[in-house]
Design a protein around this ligand. Structure first.
Ligand code: TF8
Length: 339
C-alpha cells in the first residue's frame, strides 16, 4: 500500500508515454481480476512464485487488482493457456520457452541443448538485453513477457533401464514438449520422441504409452513421477526458462502505474521463484533415490558425445531462426561467463 501511495505522489508523468506501449485510464473503485494459471502442482516453486506475485500485486494496488491462482493445468496446458491470453480470456500464465517457440520461433534458441553452462549465466543472459529483445517479440502475438522465471536443467527418466550414455537411450520412447527442436534433438540422440502436453504425461507414463520423459528434478519429485519411473540420469541436456506472460489486451487496459506494479511484481516473484527452484532441484535428487529410483551420472565423455551429436541439428535451427540472433545469444553467454 505504501509503495502505491509513494509511486502515485512521487512521479507525476505530465505527458502520456509516446512510446510503443499503451496504457488504460485509471478507473477508481473498479476491481480487476488476474486469472493466473500454470501447469505444475501447488507444491512446485512455479506455484509458490505465483503466490508471491499475488501477494505483491494485491498489496501494492491496495486490492484493486486481485490475483486468482490456478495450478496443475486447471485452466489448460501451456499452449492452450497462451491461446487464452491471446484471446483475453485469461490474464497470466508461466510456460516453458519450448511451447512459446510455437508462437515466436526465435525462442527456440533458448532451448538449444547444452546452451547454458549454469543457472547464473542463464540469469544474466535472460535478464539482460538479449532476453528483453526476445520478450519484445511477443508483442505481435498479443502477449507481454514480463519476466523470466526458471524451470531448470532437464534430466531424463525412464521405466526401462539406467541410462549412462547415448547407447542406452537407443529406442527409448520419450515424451517431449511440443517443440520441433526437442523432437529432432532426441531423434538424433537415438531415442523415439513423442510430443505431448504436460497434462497428459503422468497417465502416459503410468500406462506405459511412453517409456520416459525429461524434466528437472523438482518436477519429477513433486509430480510423483518416481511412482511410475525407475531410472533418472543427470543429462542436464536443456535448460528450460519459464516466461511470465500476460495478456496484452489486459496489460494495455492497466494504468501506467499498474503496469509498473505488475512488471516489478513478476520480476521480484521471479527472484524468489528461482531461489526456491534451485533449492528444490538440489534437494529432491536424494529423495528420488530414497523413493527407489536409480540415479546414473553422465560422465564427461558421454556428455561430449551427446553435444557433438546434436550440433548439426543446432546448425540447422540457427539458420532457421537467424544466425545473427543465435550469435547474440552466444556472445551474451560468453560475456556472462567472463564476469
Ligand atoms: C513440460 C514442462 C512443464 C512446464 C509446466 C507445465 O515438460 O517442463 O513442466 O512447462 O508449465 O511440459
Amino acid at each position: 500500500a505504501l509503495f502505491f501511495v509513494a509511486a502515485a505522489c512521487g512521479t507525476a508523468p505530465a505527458e502520456p508515454d509516446a512510446g510503443e506501449g499503451t496504457a488504460g485510464e485509471a478507473a477508481p473503485g473498479v476491481q480487476r481480476t488476474i486469472r493466473a494459471g500454470i501447469g505444475l502442482n501447488d507444491q512446485h516453486p512455479q506455484y509458490l512464485g505465483l503466490l508471491k506475485f499475488k501477494e505483491l500485486v494485491e498489496e501494492r494496488t491496495d486490492g484493486s487488482i486481485v490475483v486468482e491462482t490456478y495450478h496443475s493445468g486447471q485452466l489448460g496446458d501451456d499452449r492452450s493457456m497462451m491461446e487464452a491470453l491471446q484471446l483475453g480470456t485469461q490474464e497470466v500464465t508461466v510456460p516453458s520457452t519450448a511451447p512459446i517457440a510455437g508462437f515466436v520461433q526465435e525462442f527456440t534458441v533458448f532451448d538449444f541443448p547444452f546452451l547454458f553452462p549454469s543457472n547464473e549465466v542463464a540469469d544474466e543472459v535472460l535478464d539482460g538485453e538479449v532476453g528483453q529483445m526476445m520478450l519484445d517479440k511477443l508483442d505481435d502475438q498479443n502477449l507481454v513477457g514480463l519476466a523470466y522465471w526458471e524451470n531448470g536443467f532437464r534430466d531424463l527418466t525412464n521405466a526401462r533401464r539406467a541410462v549412462a550414455s547415448m547407447e542406452d537411450m537407443k529406442g527409448l520412447s520419450i515424451r517431449t514438449m511440443e517443440n520441433e527442436l526437442h523432437l529432432e534433438a532426441f531423434r538424433a540422440l537415438g531415442a523415439n520422441p513423442t510430443p505431448m502436453a504436460f497434462t497428459e504425461l503422468f497417465t502416459a507414463l503410468q500406462q506405459g504409452a511412453v517409456d520416459g520423459q525429461e524434466n528437472p528434478v523438482a518436477t519429477v519429485y513433486l509430480q510423483g513421477f518416481h511412482e511410475v519411473q525407475d531410472h533418472i540420469s543427470n543429462t542436464h541436456h536443456i535448460y528450460s526458462p519459464f516466461v511470465f506472460l500476460m495478456s496484452k489486451t489486459f496489460f494495455d487496459s492497466l494504468t501506467e502505474e499498474e503496469q509498473e506494479i505488475v512488471r516489478d511484481a513478476a520480476r521480484e516473484a521471479g527472484q524468489h521463484q528461482r531461489q526456491l527452484n534451485r533449492e528444490a532441484n538440489a534437494q529432491y535428487l536424494d529423495d528420488l533415490q530414497e523413493e527407489g529410483m536409480t540415479y546414473t551420472e553422465i560422465d564427461e565423455e558421454a556428455r561430449q558425445e551427446m553435444i557433438d551429436t546434436v550440433q548439426p541439428v543446432l546448425d540447422k535451427y540457427a539458420e532457421r531462426i537467424g544466425q545473427d540472433i543465435v550469435d547474440q545469444v552466444y556472445e551474451a553467454i560468453r560475456e556472462a561467463q567472463e564476469d
